[in-house]
Write a protein that binds this ligand. Structure first.
Ligand code: SF4
Length: 434
Protein backbone atom coordinates (compact mmCIF):
# COMPACT_ATOMS: atom_id res chain seq x y z
CA UNK A 1 0.00 0.00 0.00
CA UNK A 2 1.31 3.43 -0.92
CA UNK A 3 0.00 6.70 0.51
CA UNK A 4 0.15 9.88 -1.55
CA UNK A 5 0.18 13.08 0.52
CA UNK A 6 -1.13 16.52 -0.43
CA UNK A 7 -3.19 15.24 -3.33
CA UNK A 8 -5.45 17.86 -4.93
CA UNK A 9 -9.14 16.96 -5.16
CA UNK A 10 -10.43 17.32 -8.70
CA UNK A 11 -14.12 17.89 -8.11
CA UNK A 12 -14.99 21.50 -7.28
CA UNK A 13 -13.22 24.86 -7.52
CA UNK A 14 -12.00 24.64 -3.89
CA UNK A 15 -9.23 22.30 -5.14
CA UNK A 16 -8.57 21.03 -1.60
CA UNK A 17 -4.88 20.09 -1.66
CA UNK A 18 -4.63 18.16 1.61
CA UNK A 19 -5.97 14.77 0.56
CA UNK A 20 -4.16 11.59 1.59
CA UNK A 21 -4.82 8.89 -0.94
CA UNK A 22 -4.07 5.22 -0.23
CA UNK A 23 -3.35 3.13 -3.32
CA UNK A 24 -3.01 -0.64 -3.31
CA UNK A 25 -1.67 -2.03 -6.58
CA UNK A 26 -3.40 0.26 -9.06
CA UNK A 27 -6.54 0.76 -6.98
CA UNK A 28 -7.48 3.76 -4.84
CA UNK A 29 -8.52 2.40 -1.43
CA UNK A 30 -9.09 5.57 0.57
CA UNK A 31 -9.11 9.36 0.15
CA UNK A 32 -8.75 10.89 3.61
CA UNK A 33 -9.75 14.53 4.27
CA UNK A 34 -12.00 14.66 1.17
CA UNK A 35 -15.68 15.57 1.51
CA UNK A 36 -18.34 13.12 0.30
CA UNK A 37 -18.06 14.44 -3.27
CA UNK A 38 -14.28 14.12 -3.34
CA UNK A 39 -14.34 10.66 -1.72
CA UNK A 40 -16.93 9.50 -4.20
CA UNK A 41 -14.79 10.61 -7.16
CA UNK A 42 -11.60 8.95 -5.93
CA UNK A 43 -13.35 5.71 -5.02
CA UNK A 44 -15.62 5.42 -8.04
CA UNK A 45 -13.78 7.07 -10.94
CA UNK A 46 -13.45 3.60 -12.51
CA UNK A 47 -17.24 3.31 -12.98
CA UNK A 48 -18.76 3.83 -16.43
CA UNK A 49 -15.36 4.05 -18.13
CA UNK A 50 -15.18 4.05 -21.88
CA UNK A 51 -13.00 1.08 -22.67
CA UNK A 52 -12.10 1.58 -26.30
CA UNK A 53 -12.26 4.26 -29.03
CA UNK A 54 -15.45 4.06 -31.08
CA UNK A 55 -16.47 5.22 -34.53
CA UNK A 56 -20.07 5.30 -35.76
CA UNK A 57 -20.57 3.02 -38.76
CA UNK A 58 -23.95 2.22 -40.30
CA UNK A 59 -25.70 4.08 -37.49
CA UNK A 60 -24.04 2.41 -34.50
CA UNK A 61 -20.79 2.94 -32.59
CA UNK A 62 -18.20 0.27 -33.40
CA UNK A 63 -14.90 -0.33 -31.55
CA UNK A 64 -11.92 1.18 -33.37
CA UNK A 65 -8.24 1.57 -32.75
CA UNK A 66 -6.83 4.82 -31.39
CA UNK A 67 -4.97 5.85 -34.56
CA UNK A 68 -8.10 5.35 -36.65
CA UNK A 69 -10.20 7.44 -34.23
CA UNK A 70 -7.58 10.20 -34.10
CA UNK A 71 -7.43 10.33 -37.90
CA UNK A 72 -11.23 10.56 -38.07
CA UNK A 73 -11.33 13.46 -35.60
CA UNK A 74 -8.53 15.27 -37.47
CA UNK A 75 -10.36 14.78 -40.80
CA UNK A 76 -13.59 16.03 -39.26
CA UNK A 77 -11.88 19.22 -38.07
CA UNK A 78 -9.95 19.81 -41.32
CA UNK A 79 -13.05 19.25 -43.48
CA UNK A 80 -15.17 21.64 -41.40
CA UNK A 81 -15.29 25.33 -42.37
CA UNK A 82 -16.07 26.50 -38.84
CA UNK A 83 -15.59 23.80 -36.17
CA UNK A 84 -16.08 24.27 -32.43
CA UNK A 85 -13.98 22.78 -29.66
CA UNK A 86 -15.78 22.84 -26.34
CA UNK A 87 -15.27 21.78 -22.70
CA UNK A 88 -11.97 21.28 -20.83
CA UNK A 89 -13.09 22.45 -17.37
CA UNK A 90 -12.23 18.94 -16.12
CA UNK A 91 -8.88 18.83 -17.95
CA UNK A 92 -5.48 20.20 -16.98
CA UNK A 93 -4.17 23.64 -17.99
CA UNK A 94 -1.62 21.89 -20.21
CA UNK A 95 -4.49 20.26 -22.13
CA UNK A 96 -6.17 23.65 -22.58
CA UNK A 97 -3.00 25.04 -24.15
CA UNK A 98 -3.00 22.27 -26.78
CA UNK A 99 -6.74 22.70 -27.41
CA UNK A 100 -6.18 26.39 -28.17
CA UNK A 101 -3.37 25.55 -30.59
CA UNK A 102 -5.59 23.00 -32.31
CA UNK A 103 -8.51 25.46 -32.57
CA UNK A 104 -6.22 28.08 -34.10
CA UNK A 105 -4.89 25.50 -36.58
CA UNK A 106 -8.41 24.62 -37.79
CA UNK A 107 -9.78 28.19 -37.63
CA UNK A 108 -12.64 27.40 -35.29
CA UNK A 109 -14.14 28.54 -32.00
CA UNK A 110 -12.87 27.35 -28.65
CA UNK A 111 -15.19 27.67 -25.71
CA UNK A 112 -15.55 26.25 -22.22
CA UNK A 113 -18.21 25.70 -19.58
CA UNK A 114 -17.99 29.35 -18.43
CA UNK A 115 -20.45 30.14 -21.19
CA UNK A 116 -23.18 28.40 -19.19
CA UNK A 117 -21.93 29.22 -15.67
CA UNK A 118 -19.67 32.13 -14.64
CA UNK A 119 -19.24 33.84 -18.03
CA UNK A 120 -21.38 36.83 -16.94
CA UNK A 121 -19.03 37.27 -13.97
CA UNK A 122 -16.12 37.54 -16.40
CA UNK A 123 -18.04 40.22 -18.30
CA UNK A 124 -18.74 42.07 -15.06
CA UNK A 125 -15.02 41.93 -14.29
CA UNK A 126 -14.25 43.49 -17.72
CA UNK A 127 -16.76 46.29 -17.11
CA UNK A 128 -16.02 47.25 -13.52
CA UNK A 129 -12.72 45.66 -12.44
CA UNK A 130 -12.37 43.49 -9.39
CA UNK A 131 -11.17 43.69 -5.83
CA UNK A 132 -10.25 40.16 -4.83
CA UNK A 133 -7.97 38.08 -2.63
CA UNK A 134 -6.91 34.49 -2.02
CA UNK A 135 -8.94 31.94 -0.07
CA UNK A 136 -6.10 32.07 2.49
CA UNK A 137 -6.78 35.77 3.12
CA UNK A 138 -10.46 34.99 3.63
CA UNK A 139 -9.53 32.27 6.14
CA UNK A 140 -7.23 34.53 8.14
CA UNK A 141 -8.99 37.89 7.87
CA UNK A 142 -12.65 37.79 6.79
CA UNK A 143 -15.23 38.67 9.44
CA UNK A 144 -18.18 38.83 7.06
CA UNK A 145 -19.02 36.35 4.31
CA UNK A 146 -21.89 37.23 2.02
CA UNK A 147 -23.05 34.33 -0.18
CA UNK A 148 -25.17 35.69 -3.03
CA UNK A 149 -26.92 33.08 -5.19
CA UNK A 150 -24.57 30.29 -4.16
CA UNK A 151 -24.82 27.34 -1.79
CA UNK A 152 -21.30 26.34 -0.74
CA UNK A 153 -22.62 24.10 2.03
CA UNK A 154 -23.73 21.67 -0.69
CA UNK A 155 -21.74 22.66 -3.79
CA UNK A 156 -18.34 23.28 -2.13
CA UNK A 157 -18.68 21.24 1.07
CA UNK A 158 -15.26 22.09 2.56
CA UNK A 159 -15.30 25.80 1.70
CA UNK A 160 -16.51 26.86 5.14
CA UNK A 161 -14.26 24.54 7.19
CA UNK A 162 -11.12 25.11 5.12
CA UNK A 163 -11.34 28.68 3.89
CA UNK A 164 -14.18 30.73 5.29
CA UNK A 165 -17.08 30.69 7.75
CA UNK A 166 -15.97 28.03 10.26
CA UNK A 167 -12.25 27.96 9.37
CA UNK A 168 -9.85 28.89 12.20
CA UNK A 169 -7.57 31.55 10.78
CA UNK A 170 -4.70 33.53 12.25
CA UNK A 171 -6.90 36.45 13.25
CA UNK A 172 -10.36 34.83 13.16
CA UNK A 173 -11.41 32.03 15.45
CA UNK A 174 -13.92 30.27 13.22
CA UNK A 175 -17.54 31.33 13.20
CA UNK A 176 -17.25 32.96 16.63
CA UNK A 177 -15.45 35.81 14.83
CA UNK A 178 -17.41 35.86 11.59
CA UNK A 179 -20.88 36.56 10.28
CA UNK A 180 -22.48 34.67 7.42
CA UNK A 181 -25.09 36.47 5.33
CA UNK A 182 -26.96 34.71 2.53
CA UNK A 183 -29.00 36.31 -0.24
CA UNK A 184 -30.95 33.73 -2.20
CA UNK A 185 -34.39 33.00 -3.60
CA UNK A 186 -34.90 30.01 -1.29
CA UNK A 187 -33.70 28.80 2.06
CA UNK A 188 -30.76 26.62 1.03
CA UNK A 189 -28.73 24.62 3.54
CA UNK A 190 -26.19 27.48 3.52
CA UNK A 191 -29.02 29.90 4.28
CA UNK A 192 -30.12 27.74 7.23
CA UNK A 193 -26.64 28.15 8.76
CA UNK A 194 -26.52 31.90 8.15
CA UNK A 195 -26.61 34.63 10.78
CA UNK A 196 -28.80 36.57 8.37
CA UNK A 197 -30.84 35.27 5.43
CA UNK A 198 -32.32 37.68 2.91
CA UNK A 199 -34.89 36.01 0.66
CA UNK A 200 -34.92 37.98 -2.58
CA UNK A 201 -37.76 37.64 -5.08
CA UNK A 202 -36.93 35.41 -8.06
CA UNK A 203 -35.19 37.40 -10.82
CA UNK A 204 -34.93 40.59 -8.71
CA UNK A 205 -31.27 40.43 -7.65
CA UNK A 206 -30.39 43.46 -9.79
CA UNK A 207 -33.04 45.59 -8.05
CA UNK A 208 -31.83 44.48 -4.62
CA UNK A 209 -28.15 45.13 -5.46
CA UNK A 210 -28.98 48.67 -6.59
CA UNK A 211 -31.16 49.35 -3.56
CA UNK A 212 -28.30 48.16 -1.38
CA UNK A 213 -25.88 50.49 -3.16
CA UNK A 214 -28.35 53.34 -2.62
CA UNK A 215 -28.67 52.54 1.10
CA UNK A 216 -24.89 52.28 1.37
CA UNK A 217 -24.63 55.91 0.20
CA UNK A 218 -27.20 56.92 2.88
CA UNK A 219 -29.62 57.93 0.13
CA UNK A 220 -33.34 57.46 0.57
CA UNK A 221 -35.08 54.58 -1.21
CA UNK A 222 -38.48 55.89 -2.34
CA UNK A 223 -40.30 52.57 -1.88
CA UNK A 224 -41.51 50.46 1.02
CA UNK A 225 -39.83 47.35 -0.23
CA UNK A 226 -37.54 46.26 -3.07
CA UNK A 227 -37.36 42.75 -4.51
CA UNK A 228 -39.59 41.53 -1.68
CA UNK A 229 -37.37 42.99 1.06
CA UNK A 230 -38.57 45.85 3.32
CA UNK A 231 -36.42 48.96 2.92
CA UNK A 232 -35.52 48.95 6.65
CA UNK A 233 -34.00 45.47 6.20
CA UNK A 234 -32.00 46.66 3.18
CA UNK A 235 -30.70 49.59 5.24
CA UNK A 236 -29.76 47.23 8.08
CA UNK A 237 -27.89 44.99 5.62
CA UNK A 238 -26.02 48.01 4.20
CA UNK A 239 -25.02 48.94 7.76
CA UNK A 240 -23.84 45.38 8.47
CA UNK A 241 -21.66 45.34 5.33
CA UNK A 242 -20.27 48.83 5.98
CA UNK A 243 -19.25 47.82 9.50
CA UNK A 244 -17.33 44.70 8.48
CA UNK A 245 -13.54 44.83 8.84
CA UNK A 246 -12.85 42.48 5.95
CA UNK A 247 -15.84 41.29 3.95
CA UNK A 248 -16.13 39.00 0.97
CA UNK A 249 -18.94 38.39 -1.50
CA UNK A 250 -19.08 34.84 -2.87
CA UNK A 251 -21.41 34.54 -5.83
CA UNK A 252 -22.78 31.62 -7.79
CA UNK A 253 -25.08 30.61 -10.61
CA UNK A 254 -28.08 31.93 -8.69
CA UNK A 255 -26.94 35.38 -9.78
CA UNK A 256 -24.88 34.70 -12.95
CA UNK A 257 -27.54 32.65 -14.74
CA UNK A 258 -30.75 34.35 -13.62
CA UNK A 259 -32.51 37.46 -14.98
CA UNK A 260 -30.02 40.28 -15.37
CA UNK A 261 -27.01 37.97 -15.78
CA UNK A 262 -24.05 40.25 -16.65
CA UNK A 263 -25.89 43.29 -15.23
CA UNK A 264 -26.24 41.49 -11.87
CA UNK A 265 -22.49 41.06 -11.89
CA UNK A 266 -21.83 44.68 -12.90
CA UNK A 267 -23.94 45.48 -9.84
CA UNK A 268 -22.13 43.12 -7.46
CA UNK A 269 -18.67 44.26 -8.64
CA UNK A 270 -19.83 47.88 -8.28
CA UNK A 271 -21.23 47.13 -4.80
CA UNK A 272 -17.81 45.72 -3.83
CA UNK A 273 -16.11 48.85 -5.18
CA UNK A 274 -18.59 51.05 -3.25
CA UNK A 275 -17.99 49.10 -0.03
CA UNK A 276 -14.26 49.77 -0.30
CA UNK A 277 -15.01 53.45 0.36
CA UNK A 278 -15.96 52.40 3.90
CA UNK A 279 -14.03 49.21 4.61
CA UNK A 280 -12.14 46.36 2.94
CA UNK A 281 -14.33 44.16 0.75
CA UNK A 282 -13.55 41.48 -1.84
CA UNK A 283 -15.57 39.49 -4.34
CA UNK A 284 -15.00 35.96 -5.65
CA UNK A 285 -16.91 33.56 -7.89
CA UNK A 286 -17.69 30.19 -6.31
CA UNK A 287 -16.47 28.21 -9.34
CA UNK A 288 -17.90 24.75 -9.88
CA UNK A 289 -15.82 22.45 -12.14
CA UNK A 290 -12.38 22.03 -10.61
CA UNK A 291 -10.44 23.69 -13.45
CA UNK A 292 -13.00 25.93 -15.11
CA UNK A 293 -10.98 28.85 -13.78
CA UNK A 294 -7.86 27.32 -15.38
CA UNK A 295 -9.52 27.23 -18.82
CA UNK A 296 -10.29 30.94 -18.48
CA UNK A 297 -6.77 31.71 -17.24
CA UNK A 298 -4.89 29.75 -19.91
CA UNK A 299 -7.19 31.05 -22.67
CA UNK A 300 -6.56 34.60 -21.45
CA UNK A 301 -2.75 34.16 -21.42
CA UNK A 302 -2.70 32.62 -24.84
CA UNK A 303 -5.23 34.78 -26.66
CA UNK A 304 -6.16 37.69 -24.41
CA UNK A 305 -9.70 36.32 -24.04
CA UNK A 306 -11.17 33.98 -21.40
CA UNK A 307 -13.86 32.07 -23.36
CA UNK A 308 -15.82 32.09 -26.63
CA UNK A 309 -12.64 32.64 -28.69
CA UNK A 310 -13.05 32.69 -32.46
CA UNK A 311 -9.97 31.96 -34.60
CA UNK A 312 -11.80 31.98 -37.95
CA UNK A 313 -10.32 35.36 -38.96
CA UNK A 314 -6.79 34.01 -38.50
CA UNK A 315 -6.40 35.75 -35.14
CA UNK A 316 -8.26 35.44 -31.83
CA UNK A 317 -11.52 37.37 -31.64
CA UNK A 318 -13.97 37.54 -28.74
CA UNK A 319 -17.46 38.92 -28.58
CA UNK A 320 -19.81 37.04 -26.21
CA UNK A 321 -23.26 37.16 -27.79
CA UNK A 322 -21.61 36.41 -31.13
CA UNK A 323 -18.63 34.07 -30.67
CA UNK A 324 -19.52 31.67 -27.85
CA UNK A 325 -20.44 28.07 -28.56
CA UNK A 326 -24.03 28.65 -27.50
CA UNK A 327 -24.24 31.61 -29.95
CA UNK A 328 -22.82 29.77 -32.94
CA UNK A 329 -24.73 26.54 -32.26
CA UNK A 330 -28.00 28.49 -31.82
CA UNK A 331 -27.47 30.21 -35.18
CA UNK A 332 -26.45 26.92 -36.83
CA UNK A 333 -23.06 28.32 -37.87
CA UNK A 334 -20.55 25.67 -36.81
CA UNK A 335 -20.34 22.57 -38.96
CA UNK A 336 -18.53 20.17 -36.60
CA UNK A 337 -17.84 19.89 -32.89
CA UNK A 338 -15.19 18.28 -30.70
CA UNK A 339 -16.18 18.00 -27.04
CA UNK A 340 -13.51 17.40 -24.41
CA UNK A 341 -14.49 16.19 -20.92
CA UNK A 342 -17.93 17.73 -21.02
CA UNK A 343 -21.54 16.76 -21.69
CA UNK A 344 -23.26 19.59 -23.60
CA UNK A 345 -26.00 17.31 -24.94
CA UNK A 346 -27.13 16.73 -21.33
CA UNK A 347 -26.58 20.28 -20.09
CA UNK A 348 -27.36 22.69 -22.93
CA UNK A 349 -30.93 23.79 -23.68
CA UNK A 350 -32.80 21.15 -25.69
CA UNK A 351 -32.85 23.15 -28.95
CA UNK A 352 -29.05 23.55 -28.84
CA UNK A 353 -28.51 19.90 -27.88
CA UNK A 354 -30.65 18.87 -30.87
CA UNK A 355 -28.53 21.04 -33.18
CA UNK A 356 -25.29 19.56 -31.82
CA UNK A 357 -26.65 16.05 -32.44
CA UNK A 358 -27.05 16.88 -36.14
CA UNK A 359 -23.37 17.89 -36.47
CA UNK A 360 -20.35 15.70 -37.11
CA UNK A 361 -19.54 15.19 -33.42
CA UNK A 362 -16.48 13.79 -31.62
CA UNK A 363 -16.03 13.37 -27.86
CA UNK A 364 -12.98 12.78 -25.69
CA UNK A 365 -14.00 11.67 -22.21
CA UNK A 366 -12.99 9.16 -19.54
CA UNK A 367 -16.61 8.09 -18.96
CA UNK A 368 -19.83 7.49 -20.85
CA UNK A 369 -22.18 10.47 -21.09
CA UNK A 370 -25.16 11.49 -23.19
CA UNK A 371 -22.72 13.29 -25.52
CA UNK A 372 -20.48 10.22 -25.96
CA UNK A 373 -23.61 8.12 -26.64
CA UNK A 374 -24.58 10.25 -29.66
CA UNK A 375 -21.07 11.14 -30.90
CA UNK A 376 -19.73 9.87 -34.22
CA UNK A 377 -16.24 9.38 -32.80
CA UNK A 378 -15.42 8.67 -29.14
CA UNK A 379 -11.94 8.52 -27.62
CA UNK A 380 -11.49 7.42 -23.99
CA UNK A 381 -9.13 9.55 -21.89
CA UNK A 382 -7.43 9.43 -18.51
CA UNK A 383 -8.66 11.35 -15.44
CA UNK A 384 -6.72 14.55 -14.72
CA UNK A 385 -5.37 14.57 -11.17
CA UNK A 386 -5.84 10.82 -10.71
CA UNK A 387 -4.32 9.16 -13.76
CA UNK A 388 -2.22 12.00 -15.13
CA UNK A 389 -0.57 15.05 -13.64
CA UNK A 390 -0.83 18.68 -14.64
CA UNK A 391 -1.92 22.07 -13.31
CA UNK A 392 -5.28 23.51 -12.25
CA UNK A 393 -6.46 26.91 -11.00
CA UNK A 394 -8.45 27.21 -7.79
CA UNK A 395 -11.47 29.52 -7.68
CA UNK A 396 -9.25 32.32 -6.29
CA UNK A 397 -6.73 32.05 -9.15
CA UNK A 398 -4.08 30.08 -7.25
CA UNK A 399 -2.42 27.45 -9.48
CA UNK A 400 -1.94 23.99 -7.95
CA UNK A 401 -0.17 20.87 -9.21
CA UNK A 402 -2.37 17.84 -9.88
CA UNK A 403 -0.89 14.47 -8.96
CA UNK A 404 -1.02 11.13 -10.69
CA UNK A 405 -1.78 8.36 -8.17
CA UNK A 406 -2.70 5.43 -10.44
CA UNK A 407 -2.06 4.34 -14.02
CA UNK A 408 -4.88 4.80 -16.53
CA UNK A 409 -6.40 1.71 -18.19
CA UNK A 410 -4.04 0.17 -20.71
CA UNK A 411 -3.91 2.10 -23.98
CA UNK A 412 -5.79 5.10 -22.56
CA UNK A 413 -3.97 8.43 -22.90
CA UNK A 414 -4.48 11.80 -21.23
CA UNK A 415 -6.65 14.25 -23.18
CA UNK A 416 -3.46 16.36 -23.47
CA UNK A 417 -1.71 13.55 -25.39
CA UNK A 418 -4.82 12.79 -27.45
CA UNK A 419 -5.14 16.44 -28.53
CA UNK A 420 -1.42 16.55 -29.39
CA UNK A 421 -1.91 13.53 -31.66
CA UNK A 422 -4.97 15.13 -33.28
CA UNK A 423 -3.01 18.36 -33.82
CA UNK A 424 -0.13 16.46 -35.43
CA UNK A 425 -2.58 14.61 -37.67
CA UNK A 426 -4.37 17.86 -38.62
CA UNK A 427 -1.03 19.38 -39.65
CA UNK A 428 -0.11 16.24 -41.58
CA UNK A 429 -3.43 16.28 -43.49
CA UNK A 430 -3.22 20.02 -44.18
CA UNK A 431 0.42 19.62 -45.29
CA UNK A 432 -0.63 16.83 -47.64
CA UNK A 433 -3.50 18.79 -49.17
CA UNK A 434 -1.36 21.96 -49.44
S1 SF4 B 1 -14.77 20.78 -1.19
FE1 SF4 B 1 -14.52 20.38 -3.40
S2 SF4 B 1 -12.31 20.21 -3.75
FE2 SF4 B 1 -12.67 20.04 -1.50
S3 SF4 B 1 -12.79 17.82 -1.10
FE3 SF4 B 1 -14.90 18.55 -1.46
S4 SF4 B 1 -15.28 18.29 -3.67
FE4 SF4 B 1 -13.06 18.13 -3.32
Amino acid sequence: MQTYQDVVCTVCGCLCDDLEVDVDGNKVMKARNACAMGTSKFLSYTHDRIETPMIRKNGSQQPANLDEAITKVAEMLVNAKYPAIYGLALSSCETVRIALELTEEVGGVMDNQSVVCHGPGVLGLHEIGVSSCSLGEIKHRADLILCWGCNPDEAHPRHFERYSYTAKGRWRNGKADRKLVVVDVRQTSTARKADKFVQVDQGKDYELINALRTALRYEQIQQENVAGIPVEEIEELAELLRNAEFGVILFGLGVTQTSGKGRNLDGLFSLTRDLNKYTKFQIMPARGHFNVNGVNEVSAWQTGFPYGIDFSHGYPWYNPGETTVTDIVRRGENDAMLVVASDPIAHFPKALANRIRQLPLAAIDPVHSVTTMVADIVIPSAFAGIEYEGTAYRMDGVALPLKKVVEPPQGVLSDEDILKKILDKVREIKGRSA
